[in-house]
Ligand binder design. Structure first.
Ligand SMILES: NC(=O)C1=CN([C@@H]2O[C@H](COP(=O)(O)OP(=O)(O)OC[C@H]3O[C@@H](n4cnc5c(N)ncnc54)[C@H](O)[C@@H]3O)[C@@H](O)[C@H]2O)C=CC1
Ligand SMILES: O=C(O)C1=N[C@H](C(=O)O)C[C@H](O)C1
Length: 274
């Protein structure tokens, strides 16, 4: 990673070294007019080893991505369109870095099948889906997965800006699934809960983990993971105060996806944290 990629004091995930004199990676951004898309365009333009070749938003033809010669496309659109976008990118032979939420086991399964068909035809495409590209969030999720086996109770609170269209957040869902997997592997049962009425106040049930969503003007993206035992508590909290916090992770994903054929889910796998 070069010094131009991050502002002083900003944490940066490690990156693949860039050989001197090599050709910049050609990058397209889908959702380019959105909050994240615009920030990604600026980050790609500032990265010396990348070239922004296409800004795509609603109504644009995805064929422009290939016509512009993009090797990697970054998708920060909306949950209702991201799956179709990624299938189209695979057909175009363009690697995809995806931050958009809304992916399920079923939609990921369709992607794996499509990638497999393309690989059998000789076209090797990489897709990286990360529910959160922020270093603090990736670390919080990793720590939560490690802590989960030691606590009787676990709940997740996610807090976001009020313009967010989906709830609970992709990050909170990913976190809850990881906690549930750790608890199951450790032989833990359900968190204790004597609730008999008013279930709507207890948040969403994600794989047996209660997830609470707050929407508040002034917030960007935040998560708290609460663990409890008799007489003790552990709270893991992360805060993204600005969307630039996601950029080192997005740039890392762009550099890495070209050499990772197939589907990778979660930046923790790219960062070797899993
Ligand atoms: N993985 C991560 O680190 C992060 C993920 N997100 C997720 O990214 C997504 C986008 O978030 P924001 O930028 O805040 O939303 P936004 O609403 O500001 O931007 C979405 C953009 O996508 C465009 N769009 C809609 N349909 C399209 C299509 N078919 N093709 C191309 N563009 C299309 C919209 O016109 C809009 O400009 C959300 O799912 C959000 O949860 C947001 C922040 C970080
Ligand atoms: O919509 C957002 O803003 C964010 N969405 C992602 C999510 O749903 O987890 C990532 C981050 O929380 C910001």
């Amino acid at each position: 990673m070069t010094s131009n990629d991050v502002t002083p004091g900003q944490s940066a995930p490690q990156s693949t070294p860039q050989p001197a004199g090599s050709t910049p990676l050609k990058v397209a951004v889908l959702g380019a007019a959105g909050r994240m898309g615009a920030t990604v365009c600026a980050a790609v333009e500032a990265a010396p080893d990348m070239e922004l070749v296409a800004r795509i938003d609603a109504g644009d033809d995805l064929a422009q991505v290939a016509a512009a010669g993009a090797q990697v496309a970054v998708d920060f659109t909306v949950p209702s369109v991201t799956e179709d976008n990624v299938h189209a990118l695979i057909d175009l032979g363009v690697h995809a870095v995806v931050g958009t939420t809304g992916w399920t086991d079923e939609s990921r399964g369709r992607l794996i099948a499509h990638l497999g068909r393309r690989a059998a035809e000789g076209t090797s495409v990489g897709v990286l889906i990360a529910p959160n590209f922020g270093l603090s969030a990736v670390l919080a999720m990793t720590f939560a997965a490690k802590a989960a086996r030691y606590f009787e109770s676990a709940e997740v609170i996610e807090l976001h800006h009020p313009n967010k269209v989906d709830a609970p957040s992709g990050t909170a869902t990913h976190t809850a699934h990881a906690i549930a997997r750790s608890r199951a592997a450790a032989g833990l049962g359900a968190s204790p809960d004597a609730t008999e009425s008013g279930w709507e106040a207890r948040g969403a049930d994600v794989d047996g983990v209660r997830v609470h969503a707050v929407r508040l003007r002034g917030l960007v993206a935040h998560e708290e993971i609460l663990f409890g035992n008799e007489g003790e508590q552990l709270i893991i909290r992360q805060d993204s105060f600005d969307r630039v916090s996601f950029m080192p992770g997005v740039l890392l994903g762009i550099r890495e996806v070209v050499s990772r054929p197939g589907l990778t889910v979660g930046l923790e796998n790219v960062m070797d944290l899993s």
